[in-house]
Design a protein around this ligand. Structure first.
Ligand SMILES: [Zn+2]
Ligand SMILES: [Zn+2]
Length: 353
C-alpha cells in the first residue's frame, strides 16, 4: 500500500507525539493490518508515558506505541499460511523468536532471544492507521466479537485469563480482586463467567468504585481501610476467600490479598511494580497458602479465551468508558494516566461510534 499514515509515539514526558510515516510493506510471513481498535494498558502508563522506566522486555525503543492492537488484514506478504486479506485479527503483542523453549510453549512473553520484540515496546504497535504483523503473532477474532473486544484480549483480558487458569476458579470458590481498574474488572468478569460463588472487590478510586458498582460484577466492593480484611473474613465464615487476585501492584493491596485468603487458598499477583513485605511463617507457610506470579499469557490460551468469550456471550468492550480517535490519543493517555476511567480506547472507523 502506497502513502503515509498517522502514528502516535510516547516521548516519556506525559505527552503524545504524532508523526506521518510511510505505510509499511509486509515481508515474508507478514501481513499489513488496518487498525480498528487499540486500547491503552496500565503498563503503557507505568513504564512509558510518564517516563521511560522500563528495562529489558519493558524497554520502550521509541517505536509507534500501543500493545493492544486489533484490526483487519488488508495486505498479505509472501509465504502466508493461514490468515488472508479481510481476516479479523487480534495481535498477540509479543513477537518471539519462535524457536526457543518458551516460544515453543506459546509463551512468547517469556522469550529471552535478542530477536524478541513486543509491539508498542520494541517494534511498531497499534497506535497508527496500520500495523505490520508477523502472521505467527495473530489470533483470529470471531465475528461475534467486536474489534474493541479483541483489542483488550491482546494484553489485559489475556493476562487475566492466564492468572485465573493458574489458580483455577470454579463454583467452589469465593474470589477477591484487589484493585478495580480495567484488569481488576476483567478479572471479576471472567471469574463470574467461570462460576465463582461470590466476588468481592477492593478499590479506593471513587470513579472506579462507581463503575464497578454500575457494572454489577462484584457482590460487594470495599473502600480500602484497616478493617477491610476483617470484613471479608466475616463474609466468608471467618475463613477468607479461596482465591485472590492483586491487580493493584501496591504493597497494601498485595497484603490484603494474602490476608483475606483462607488456609490452602491461592493468590495471584498480576499488578506490576512496587513491593510487598510480609512474614512468611504466619502469612504463607503455616496457613499453606500459595502465591502465583503471572505475566501476560500464551498465544494458545488467548485462542481459548476468544472461544470462551463467544460461548459466554461476554464482551470486554463493556469495560470501555471512553473512546478517542487517533488524533486525540493525547487525551486518551492523559485520562488513563489520571485513572478516573474504566478502559480507554483509541478507535478507528466503525469502532469509534
Ligand atoms: Zn499490557
Ligand atoms: Zn523465543
Amino acid at each position: 500500500m502506497e502513502g503515509t499514515m498517522k502514528a502516535a509515539y510516547l516521548p516519556g514526558n506525559s505527552t503524545v507525539l504524532y508523526k506521518d510515516v510511510p505505510i509499511p510493506t509486509p515481508g515474508h510471513g507478514q501481513v499489513l493490518v488496518r487498525m480498528k481498535a487499540s486500547t491503552i494498558c496500565g503498563s503503557d502508563i507505568r513504564a512509558i508515558y510518564r517516563e521511560h522506566v522500563g528495562k529489558g522486555p519493558e524497554g520502550y525503543q521509541g517505536v509507534i506505541a500501543g500493545h493492544e492492537p486489533c484490526g483487519q488484514v488488508v495486505e498479505e506478504g509472501p509465504g502466508i499460511r493461514r490468515f488472508k486479506k479481510d481476516s479479523r485479527v487480534i495481535v498477540y503483542h509479543i513477537s518471539g523468536c519462535g524457536v526457543c523453549h518458551d516460544c515453543r510453549m506459546g509463551y512468547m512473553i517469556s522469550c529471552s532471544s535478542p530477536l524478541r520484540a513486543a509491539y508498542g515496546w520494541q517494534r511498531d504497535g497499534g497506535m497508527a492507521e496500520y500495523v505490520l504483523c508477523d502472521e505467527k503473532d495473530l489470533v483470529e477474532l470471531p465475528d461475534e466479537l467486536t474489534y474493541a473486544d479483541g483489542a483488550q484480549v491482546a494484553c489485559g483480558f489475556g493476562t487475566v485469563y492466564e492468572a485465573i487458569k493458574k489458580v483455577g476458579v470454579s463454583g467452589e470458590h469465593s474470589v477477591l480482586v484487589v484493585g478495580l481498574g480495567p484488569v481488576g474488572l476483567a478479572t471479576l468478569m471472567l471469574c463470574r463467567a467461570m462460576g465463582a460463588q461470590k466476588c468481592y472487590g477492593i478499590e479506593g478510586n471513587p470513579v472506579r468504585l462507581e463503575l464497578s458498582q454500575k457494572l454489577g460484577l462484584a457482590d460487594k466492593v470495599f473502600i480500602p481501610s484497616k478493617d477491610t480484611v476483617q470484613e471479608i473474613l466475616n463474609l466468608t465464615g471467618g475463613h477468607g476467600v479461596e482465591r485472590a487476585f492483586d491487580t493493584s501492584g501496591s504493597d497494601k493491596g498485595r497484603l490484603s490479598a494474602i490476608r483475606a485468603t483462607r488456609q490452602w487458598g491461592k493468590i495471584a499477583f498480576v499488578g506490576e511494580g512496587g513491593t510487598v513485605g510480609f512474614s512468611p511463617s504466619p502469612e504463607i507457610i503455616h496457613p499453606q497458602k500459595t502465591i502465583y506470579g503471572s505475566w501476560v499469557t500464551s498465544i494458545w490460551l488467548m485462542e481459548d479465551l476468544v472461544e470462551e468469550l463467544v460461548r459466554w456471550n461476554l464482551h470486554p468492550e463493556t469495560l470501555i468508558t471512553h473512546r478517542f480517535p487517533l488524533e486525540k490519543a493525547d487525551e486518551a493517555y492523559k485520562l488513563m494516566s489520571e485513572g478516573n476511567c474504566g478502559k480507554v480506547a483509541v478507535c478507528f472507523d466503525e469502532e469509534l461510534k
